[in-house]
Design a protein around this ligand. Structure first.
Ligand code: SF4
Length: 424
């Protein structure tokens, strides 16, 4: 019986938490060792993808081996700070995606519902809250979350930190990006540094902060180069594989490993471009908005291998922030957080969509609207109108990234086929 099945059985039988912890650690290590296989892209086998697997494996192993150094964080938080303290950040949203990829999420969500967690609440949150409550995760040193990109984070992280009896550092991210707002957030970041110094008993070293900023800037530069290469007229990589690299943004931005990973990924794409790589037969160029289902499914594979379309740009991999500035560190980090496309006015997202359609010669746009997420589905009508200005088709796929219980592959496939027919 596979490890996954054994852990699933253990979860259902609700046995000794100590045993579960050991089981889930093994499974997580296995998953991180081969994340590409888990997310359905093993067939690509690119070198940077293997490097990603190895680096994530080492990261996960270190977290389970030294939980006193691990920090549970929310996606897009100021993780450079965590790396500057030589601690190990671990994105809980990404952990939910891993649980979904192991088909564990439906059981976890069913349990959460029995505990009165509303099914209207985003399944990323419900899954990690339940994962924490089952005792499957090592106790972190502290939790760190921001109110961007979604309001639910405070409630969810409060529950997780309460369960573990660990401190919660929370950032209230303002809606509008102006100087007052930047200063307000920068003060919170500075105060967080003092809190972390108290928790760890160590002072932040300027050289460590500088190193984390440099790593983050190197990763940013490589990601910019990657996105430029992806404009190439011949698609260089499938979007399904590209989306995997969000795992780096989730936990490794600010680390040397994250920077070297993006560099390896960029160099691989550059070699492909120089060699006039033509192994990907994409006829139609797609912009993919928001995330994707992380449980086992063939949606993107069908789109990219069978229907002849290739996702050449993904919103989640866009570089929306300026370089970090070590001479003004807290404001610089604050600006990075507030530049996120999902924070503030919808015009930010719409402008990104306009730019990308023009720069990448996009033929069609697909938006995956995750259930319960106002960031993703709250503005679909405005997004559709913007895409229509360019006379290209738009497809909105309603669904859930984590919860597979209502997923009907046949329905999605019919809609993708209809979309491709319109694309001609
Ligand atoms: S999918 Fe939406 S609601 Fe869920 S964690 Fe992400 S931003 Fe928040």
């Amino acid at each position: 019986m596979s490890l996954e099945k054994r852990v699933k059985q253990m979860l259902l039988a609700n046995p000794d938490p100590g045993k579960i912890k050991k089981g889930i650690s093994l499974v997580l290590l296995k998953i991180f060792l081969t994340p590409a296989g888990r997310f359905g892209t093993r067939a690509f086998g690119s070198r940077s993808e293997k490097k990603l697997s190895l680096i994530l494996y080492n990261h996960a192993r270190r977290i389970f081996k030294s939980p006193h150094s691990s920090v549970f964080i929310s996606l897009f938080g100021p993780i450079e700070l965590v790396h500057a303290f030589n601690l190990l950040p671990f994105s809980l949203e990404m952990l939910s995606a891993v649980a979904a990829s192991m088909s564990l999420a439906p059981d976890l969500l069913a349990r959460a519902e029995k505990e009165w967690l509303s099914s209207d609440f985003c399944s990323f949150h419900r899954t990690y809250i339940e994962l924490a409550r089952t005792g499957l995760l090592p106790k972190p040193l502290f939790c760190m979350a921001t109110s961007h990109t979604c309001d639910g984070t405070f409630k969810s992280f409060s529950q997780v930190s309460e369960y573990f009896s660990t401190p919660l550092i929370f950032f209230d991210t303002p809606y509008h990006l102006d100087m007052n707002a930047v200063k307000y957030l920068a003060r919170q970041i500075e105060s967080a540094v003092h809190t972390i110094e108290e928790i760890t008993g160590r002072s932040l070293q300027v050289s460590d902060l500088e190193r984390a900023f440099q790593n983050s800037n190197r990763a940013r530069k490589a990601l910019l180069d990657i996105n430029n290469l992806k404009r190439h007229h011949t698609p260089l990589i499938y979007g399904e594989e590209s989306l995997l690299f969000v795992l780096v943004i989730g936990s490794l931005l600010g680390s040397r490993a994250g920077a070297s990973l993006y560099k390896a990924y960029m160099e691989e794409l550059k070699k492909r471009a120089d060699a006039r790589f033509n192994k990907i037969n994409g006829k139609k160029r797609i912009l993919w908005l928001h995330l994707k289902p992380f449980f086992p499914n063939t949606l993107m594979k069908y789109l990219e291998r069978d229907l002849g379309a290739v996702i050449v740009a993904e919103e989640i991999n866009s570089v929306y922030w300026e370089e970090l500035n070590i001479h003004n560190p807290w404001e610089s980090l604050a600006k990075k957080l507030m530049s996120n496309l999902w924070v503030g006015s919808i015009e930010k997202r719409l402008n990104y969509i306009r730019r990308t359609i023009e720069d990448y010669q996009i033929d069609g746009v697909i938006h995956f609207s995750h259930w319960g997420c106002r960031q993703s589905n709250g503005a679909v009508r405005l997004i559709k109108d913007t895409v229509m200005e360019y006379g290209i088709p738009f497809l909105n796929l309603d669904g859930d990234c984590i919860d597979s219980r209502n997923y009907s592959e046949a329905q999605y496939i019919t809609r993708l086929e209809g979309f491709m027919e319109i694309l001609g």
